[in-house]
Design a protein around this ligand. Structure first.
Ligand code: CU
Length: 118
């Protein structure tokens, strides 16, 4: 009986896991206008982000360090360098479609990403 309960529970966990699998390399879109990007250690997760023009990127700093959020397009600032402290978040509205560079100035050259707005 105990074994059967364990079996049923593991099937449920597996099923839930399938339903809740987030899209890979797409940020976690909560269905609204916010697309969340995590900062883990010294990287943006995901580092390749796609969203729709008009949505807002929310950078959530889960690392223990301060980072910079800096978004450029063709070398021009779209969102100026802005510090995001450990445990804080910064929202960046992406107005127009196109490809953007995402940069953490203080952790170059490694901490970069690409934003594609369709
Ligand atoms: Cu950084």
């Amino acid at each position: 009986m105990k074994l059967y309960a364990l079996f049923v529970m593991s099937i449920m966990v597996l099923a839930l896991g399938c339903v809740n699998t987030p899209p890979v390399n797409n940020g976690s879109n909560n269905g609204g206008n916010i697309v969340e990007v995590d900062i883990e250690g010294f990287e943006f997760v995901p580092s390749s982000i796609t969203l729709e023009a008009g949505q807002t990127l929310r950078f959530v700093n889960n690392s223990g360090f301060a980072h910079d959020i800096h978004v450029k397009q063709n070398g021009q600032d779209v969102f100026p360098k802005t510090q995001v402290n450990a445990g804080s978040s910064v929202d960046v509205p992406i107005i127009n479609s196109g490809t953007y560079e995402l940069i953490c100035d203080r952790h170059l050259p490694g901490m970069i990403g690409t934003i594609t707005a369709t």
